[in-house]
Design a protein around this ligand. Structure first.
Ligand SMILES: Cc1ncc(COP(=O)(O)O)c(C=O)c1O
Length: 368
């Protein structure tokens, strides 16, 4: 019998994201499991402490997700029915849904074409006597124009609640995301620092921190003494153990993401590569390109998929395009968001990419 012929193995698909999990995360989880103390306890406290060191904020409050973190941050700032919160329409729906859950009204200011972030020039026009807070969203890991946003907040006496879900470790002129007001991070499985599910609120405001802690745990400061209506939005020690190991990994993960983004931006020619604004340290949660006029985005996604390149479309529509939001804000024209939503594609940029993967991504994108 002739020897079996070697079959060429095709290149495996490159996923859009892949969690970077090593022995440290596994050992940390086992240690918690063996301790028998699984729910919110010392690991959560250590994780919170690590976030105060990272962001320079006085307080950090861990939550069960970024969504529950945003919800608590809004409530802790006293936001509720009759209030307005100005945010970006080009975001994950949790930014907007949490405003709705408090009974407040989301008000959208359209985004900048280059950075994909809320345009501060449009914020001022959206401020009314009902406006209580500004919620900038640091999309894809790049911070918003915080000088302009801070100046507006001060001028009009508004709170800043940063949706920093995608921006752990990002900076604006050297100052960390989450340090400009009350910040909220997501630790969802695909994030740069993850705990499978989880969130973190950071703030310098003692009262906001105290309310977040109470609201997170049934309004209890002392066991079974209920000071207010509250939720169970706690993080567990099992998940905090993962998050602590991830924080140690973050500097190297960010270094790799930046190197990957640099390579992609240097080599990609067929589509518009991302803009990094002056004074920003982008952490590249996503690397998002725009297809040029005349190229069909969905067709491009299908062709990249056929070439084994995982992609994401974050997000195919602005928040103002969904019925439950239209019911509240009516029919809005937000032309920049609509144009951007029709043309974005996120490409793999995660820290586990090899040089060969990057070259395959470039070749497939340049062949579009
Ligand atoms: C911009 C933004 N806000 C809020 C969230 C909500 O975070 P989580 O999924 O942890 O609830 C996310 C999560 O993807 C997000 O990207």
């Amino acid at each position: 019998m002739p020897p079996p012929r070697a079959v060429a193995t095709p290149n495996p698909p490159i996923p859009i994201s892949r969690p970077w999990i090593g022995d440290e995360e596994k050992a940390a989880v086992l240690e918690v499991l063996e301790s028998g103390m699984l729910a919110q306890g010392p690991r959560v406290a250590a994780f919170e402490e690590a976030f105060t060191r990272l962001t320079g904020s006085r307080h950090a409050i861990a939550t069960s997700s970024g969504t529950t973190g945003l919800h608590l941050a809004l409530l802790a700032h006293g936001i509720g029915p009759g209030d307005e919160v100005i945010t970006s329409p080009f975001t994950f729906i949790a930014s907007v849904n949490t405003i709705l859950f408090t009974g407040a009204t989301p008000v959208f200011a359209d985004i900048e074409e280059g950075s994909f972030n809320i345009d501060p020039k449009r914020i001022e026009a959206a401020i009314t006597p009902r406006t209580k807070a500004l919620m900038p969203v640091h999309l894809y890991g790049q911070m918003c124009d915080m000088d302009e946003i801070t100046a507006l907040a001060e001028k009009h006496g508004l709170a800043i609640i940063e949706d920093a879900a995608q921006a752990v470790g990002a900076t604006y002129h050297g100052r960390q995301a989450g340090n400009f007001g009350t910040g909220v991070f997501s630790l969802y499985a695909t994030k740069n620092v993850m705990s499978a599910e989880g969130g973190m609120i950071t703030t310098d405001d003692d009262r906001v921190a105290d309310r977040c802690r109470l609201l997170r745990n049934h309004g209890m400061r002392k066991r079974y003494q209920y000071e207010m209506l509250g939720y169970n939005f706690r993080l567990t020690d099992v998940l905090a153990a993962i998050g602590l190991a991830q924080l140690d990994r973050m500097p190297e993960g960010t270094r790799r993401r930046r190197a990957n983004a640099r390579f992609l931006s240097a080599e990609i020619e067929s589509v518009t590569t991302p803009v990094v604004k002056e004074g920003r340290d982008h952490v590249w949660h996503q690397y998002t390109v725009r297809v040029p006029d005349g190229m069909d985005r969905d067709d491009a996604v299908n062709r990249l998929d056929a070439a084994g390149i995982g992609t994401g479309v974050f997000y195919p529509g602005g928040a103002h395009r969904f019925d439950h939001i239209k019911e509240v804000v009516g029919d809005l024209e937000l032309p920049v968001t609509d144009r951007v939503a029709a043309s974005v594609i996120s490409l793999p940029v995660h820290p586990l990419l090899e040089q060969n993967d990057l070259e395959r991504i470039v070749a497939a994108v340049n062949a579009l």
